[in-house]
Design a protein around this ligand. Structure first.
Ligand code: CA
Length: 229
């Protein structure tokens, strides 16, 4: 859920903006003064800022400049005077958009959505996403080689990680120990397949609630193992 900070001294306007944004599924926090707003903006993570220009204490121009020094998230400036928009542009403060009061709340919501979408595209293209597998409470980040079970991180050795990831990437497919050995250890299977059993046991101890009744990696007697979805 995207988080939005509204810095606005007119409480009725701030509440109206908040109501509409919350109805659209955003999480919204309001600060009514310039100083508190600036501190909140600098010390917490937000996806977008809605910033009134005329504020007690630090004004919107200064807040915009300070936020832009350290944050890339979109800044939407709100002003009661049309003239101010030229001033904001002229100052090159790094605001992404300007809206004059009075405005319709749905107009504000539309602009917020457009800026967030644009920003997410920008971030998405700049930072490649990690390759993640998620199956019933197990999250495997292949890029970072990290595993979480019900939100709690667990430590795996290289081979345990490779084996778990391989099985999770091919759910419902039964593999023999020989196949798994060849896949993970990359050698011809000659009497070493007991190592697969040992690794499966170790993995189960880390991911299963009850290793006697595995919910994830099932033993298919006489055949091998499969990751159950
Ligand atoms: Ca104001």
């Amino acid at each position: 859920m995207s988080k939005i900070l509204i810095i606005e001294d007119e409480e009725s306007i701030a509440e109206l903006e908040k109501d509409y944004l919350e109805l659209s599924g955003f999480e919204v926090h309001i600060e009514n003064s310039g100083d508190a707003g600036l501190q909140e903006a600098l010390n917490h993570e937000y996806d977008l800022f809605i910033l009134d220009l005329m504020l007690p204490g630090v004004d919107g121009f200064e807040i915009c400049r300070k936020i832009r020094e350290v944050k890339n998230a979109p800044i939407l400036m709100v002003s009661a005077k049309r003239d101010d928009i030229d001033k904001i542009r002229g100052l090159g403060l790094g605001a992404d958009d300007y809206i004059t009061k009075p405005f319709s709340p749905s107009e504000l919501v539309a602009r917020v959505k457009a800026h967030l979408a644009r920003y997410e595209r920008l971030i998405g293209s700049a930072m490649p996403k990690n390759d993640i597998i998620e199956i019933r409470g197990i999250k495997i980040d292949k890029t970072a080689r990290r595993v979480w079970v019900n939100g709690e991180e667990r430590q795996f050795t290289t081979k345990e990680f490779d084996l778990l990831t391989f099985l999770a990437e091919h759910p419902n497919h039964v593999y023999t120990k020989e196949e798994l050995f060849r896949e993970i250890w990359d050698m011809e299977s000659i009497g070493e397949i007991a190592t697969v059993t040992v690794h499966i046991k170790k993995i189960r101890e880390k991911i299963e609630f009850d290793t006697a009744k595995p919910q994830y990696i099932e033993t298919i007697w006489g055949v091998g193992y499969r990751f159950k979805v």
